[in-house]
Design a protein around this ligand. Sequence first.
Ligand code: LLP
Length: 420
Amino acid sequence: MDHFELKDGVLHAEDVPLPRIAEEVGTPVYIYSRATLARHARVFREALAGVDNPHIAFAVKANPNLAVLKILASEGYGADVVSGGELARALAAGMKPADIVFSGVGKTHAELVQGLEADIGQFNIESEEEGYELAAIAARHGKRAACALRVNPDVDARTHEKISTGKRENKFGVPLDRAADIYGRLAQEDGLDMRGVAVHIGSQLSTLEPLETAFGKVGALIAELRAAGCTVTHADLGGGLGVPYKAGENLPSPAEYGAMVARVTRDWGVQLMFEPGRVIAGNAGVLLTRVIRAKRSGNGPPFVVVDAAMNDLARPAMYGAWHDFDAVAPTGDRMTAHIVGPICETGDTFAMDRECDALVAGDLAVFRTAGAYGATMASSYNSRGFVAEALVDGDRYAVVADRIAAAAIMDAERVPEWLT
Ligand code: LLP
């Protein structure tokens, strides 16, 4: 459930009419709903009622906006970060260092140092090599780094191939059959406090089965590690729960996910950790755009050219992803159209042959479910500048990320003297 609804025929975010934001901030602009974010954070936590003392870390990559992180921090969420930049954001948003988990397959030396110096709660180690590097840095700092070893369970998440992470051929984690040996060796390192295992098999999962299979393998590994004399007190089950992108689409609910987790992990005797991203932020945001013009095509449906493009919302171009597209002030008339952005490549297409509200030049429309992996994946391709972001709270809103104009990006460039 979200808080983007028609009121008196006009789409609102909570109590703010979207045309007001379009007028005042311009388009394209991402709009987030505070009430929706807070609600999703609570729903996910309540879904884990059957789990003793779960640790929930929001996957910052899904939406790293400082205001969004602040809301989640106030809901008691920690952060799952994958770069020094994300770590800095989580800290700036007030997340407690102890509640921050550092994931990522390519943490640099500088990032490992940054995490240690910030006294973060846990490093999810992706390889034996990374473990030794962290151990050496920790020893030099006179610290012990709390670590989980990320395993690759070789499970097909049955999601888009570009966001599947738990197959043997994917770059993530250590192979399950080598995990116990690696864990045992890393546990000998003075600089490391090997305390658990981590798994994340992919994103936008539309069924719980692959997760259950992967968790089953993790449970067996925990037993094997303990039998070998290792200590295991934590298990990080990652993120991955999908959200509906199409009205009426049916996906496993957080409650079903939580019940499955509670059942599968009943005897593990560990603190469970979670890294949800999309399920918290996805439906809490829309991308508001204005129709530049409709253009007749050869003989098919018209092209509706909007002022948002693949640089603002990459998911359709990158994964062929579907985002519902609705008029802000629907007349009741419908049409079939190709929805495209202005960028000079055919990939800048949001939808082909889409049945949608009838729209003409100047009309406002939204791409829904754009709160996760939306603004965070934006670029300035075609010198379009970076899209703005706004946060709604009841009947007020604030710009939470300024639009970065193409001119400002150009200002950061230099033409060396010797070219003039
Ligand atoms: N933990 C780890 C280690 C991850 O790699 C990810 C996502 C998450 C947690 C959060 O997963 P979520 O709960 O959001 O599914 N850009 C793609 C999604 C990439 C996801 C990458 N990792 C998209 O737009 O669909």
